[in-house]
Design a protein around this ligand. Structure first.
Ligand code: THG
Length: 265
């Protein structure tokens, strides 16, 4: 599972305050903690700061890269903000994300064309939020087709079917899970990713819901997730679920995690 640490997001109060106070050490600490907990990418998101997003996103990338070798997942709907952050990023980042929304697609495609960056392809279009598996697959087909045509390698694409709250519609969990299955079957070798915790929005005991949903998604082939890597039970659940899904030779990762104390407490 490719883990994208979600905690450096300005929608979180502590991160918003740290950005406003130019508190690099506070951001660095969250970056370091997530890397140590097993994050493969550190997501950076300054989306709440209208007008200042490019400047702040750039600062977040610089600040994170001072303290960890893990690349960033540059998280913005605004291609200009993504470009500003890319200009200072060292190594190969993940772009989060391109979608089928026309302006976003047209501006971002030339930026990612022919590069070796990892790219999240979010199943969203100008027609609004997709509801069914078929809605999502239509968008995924066009996004993946467009990326391949622009010389992005299949193995660098992470399709995000878009997790929506179960509290809004009882079908949202199943439609998401079934989309993962279809994506994996339709595009062998591609990756998938999602902002998993959206599923529990508006419900109590969210972590319980999130972990169970993770298990169901892994069973269908989910192999990337934007999550809180400091949630030890989530990390342990991922290891167990991947072993159960047949993705852990001789349960080596499971045993290694056990020896490292990941299943305690
Ligand atoms: N897809 C893609 N990118 C995304 C999302 C997605 N980026 C943003 C978001 N959705 C995923 N990131 C976050 C970041 C922070 C929080 C939720 C999703 C968050 N968490 C609460 C907190 O930390 O205070 C706690 C949530 C919980 O109860 O566990 O605010 O869908 N491609």
């Amino acid at each position: 599972m490719i883990i994208i640490g979600e905690l450096i997001n300005a929608s979180r109060k502590a991160i918003k305050a740290a950005i406003e106070a130019n508190d690099a050490e506070a951001i660095a600490k969250v970056a370091r903690e997530q890397a140590e907990a097993g994050a493969d990418y550190i997501d950076v998101n300054a989306g709440i700061f209208v007008g200042k997003e490019p400047e702040y996103l750039k600062w977040l990338v610089e600040t994170v890269q001072e303290v960890t070798d893990k690349p960033c997942a540059i998280d913005s709907p605004d291609p200009a903000a993504i470009e500003a952050a890319l200009a200072v990023h060292k190594g190969t980042p993940m772009i989060n994300s391109i979608s089928l929304e026309k302006e976003r697609y047209d501006k971002l495609m030339p930026v990612v064309a022919g590069t070796d960056m990892k790219i999240i392809a979010l199943c969203m279009s100008d027609a609004g939020m997709p509801q069914t598996v078929d809605d999502r697959m239509k968008i995924a087909d066009r996004l993946v087709g467009g990326l391949l045509k622009n010389n992005v390698k299949l193995e660098n694409i992470f399709v995000d079917p878009l997790v929506q709250p179960l509290s809004v519609d009882k079908s949202f969990g199943v439609e998401f899970i079934n989309t993962i299955e279809r994506i994996v079957a339709t595009f062998p070798g591609i990756h998938t990713a999602c902002g998993l915790s959206n599923i529990s929005y508006g419900l109590p005991a969210r972590q319980f819901m999130n972990r169970t949903f993770m298990t169901m998604a892994i069973a269908k082939g989910l192999d990337g997730a934007i999550i809180n890597p400091l949630d030890k039970r989530m990390m342990a659940t991922i290891i167990a679920a991947e072993a159960l899904a047949g993705r852990d030779n001789f349960c080596m990762n499971y045993l290694k995690a056990f020896r490292a104390g990941m299943f305690e407490g």
